[in-house]
Design a protein around this ligand. Structure first.
Ligand SMILES: Cc1cc2nc3c(=O)[nH]c(=O)nc-3n(C[C@H](O)[C@H](O)[C@H](O)COP(=O)(O)OP(=O)(O)OC[C@H]3O[C@@H](n4cnc5c(N)ncnc54)[C@H](O)[C@@H]3O)c2cc1C
Length: 248
């Protein structure tokens, strides 16, 4: 089974995000980048499927030269090949989907695995766009996956329960937390990954379909309210949750 895993490079979750001076982008000074956490589940699932069924796993990212670091992490985890679709910084989800679809048409994967969302821009658009561009079935937010004889059975967490969805290969899956426990790359593999080849392609520019016109960070977190033991009667707590916190 040949598997393509899409990997996004995102700011570390511990990074303090600052909006740039243009008011519509992130100030990248001092930002540390990591593999998008949901893509670690995608990579792990690809590797497990290869270990069970044979074949190969290719990691792909669309971005600038700097995005090579997430491909090195994927190589250290054990993927067979890494592709950087190199261009300017991504302009919108369509651009990323278009460039991944172009490579997918060339390498014909049996399965494409993505994370459920990229934690930087949180658009949730890539899996569906890619499915539409490639004419493949797509199952989103998958927390358990079985593939036998070309048939896919994917479990999804839904409100208060689970849903099992079937489709056949080739297809697109987006990974949810809990799909597996991603492996930590071992030091010798990290060292070896530094010298592995990265297949670098030129990204094709596309006309942006959407553009960010503004970004803002909430001015101040709301102050918490501390209840004394004498205040802590159930009626008062329910009233505060309803009228002040407005969460029930
Ligand atoms: C430095 C930078 C600057 C950006 N500037 C803009 C901007 O100015 N305007 C704007 O509209 N958007 C901008 N973006 C966002 C970007 O264009 C896309 O929104 C984003 O790359 C992916 O789309 P998504 O949010 O829909 O991903 P999602 O659908 O939320 O991600 C789902 C999955 O898709 C895969 N994926 C996502 N991105 C990539 C990628 N680049 N390569 C490979 N796989 C990927 C991952 O598996 C991920 O888990 C920028 C992104 C970056 C990194």
């Amino acid at each position: 089974m040949n598997i393509l895993v899409c990997v996004s490079r995102v700011p570390d979750t511990a990074t303090r995000i600052i909006v740039g001076s243009d008011g519509k982008s992130i100030d990248k000074n001092g930002v540390k980048y990591i593999v998008n956490p949901y893509d670690e589940f995608a990579l792990e699932e690809g590797l497990r499927l290869r270990e069970k069924n044979g074949g190969s796993v290719t990691a792909i990212t669309v971005g600038t030269d700097a995005a090579t670091d997430v491909l090195r992490t994927a190589l250290a985890m054990g993927v067979d090949k890494a592709i950087l679709v190199k261009g300017d910084e991504p302009t919108d989800s369509y651009y990323v989907a278009y460039n991944i679809a172009k490579i997918a048409k060339e390498i014909n994967p049996d399965l494409i695995i993505l994370g459920r969302q990229s934690i930087d821009f949180d658009s949730f658009q890539l899996p569906s766009m890619l499915a539409e561009m490639l004419g493949m079935p797509s199952v989103s937010v998958v927390s358990a996956l079985k593939i036998e004889n070309g048939q896919v059975s994917a479990e999804r967490d839904v409100e208060g329960g689970k849903e099992t969805v079937a489709c056949s290969l080739p297809c697109i899956i987006s990974a949810q937390k809990g799909l597996n426990e991603p492996r930590y790359p071992k030091l010798p593999d990290i060292m070896k990954a530094k010298s592995k080849p990265i297949d670098t392609r030129e990204a094709e520019k596309t006309e942006p379909k959407t553009s960010i016109i503004g970004m803002e960070i909430p001015s101040k977190a709301r102050a918490g309210k501390v209840l004394e033991a004498s205040d802590a009667n159930i009626d008062e707590i329910v009233r505060l949750l309803k009228e002040e916190a407005k969460v029930i």
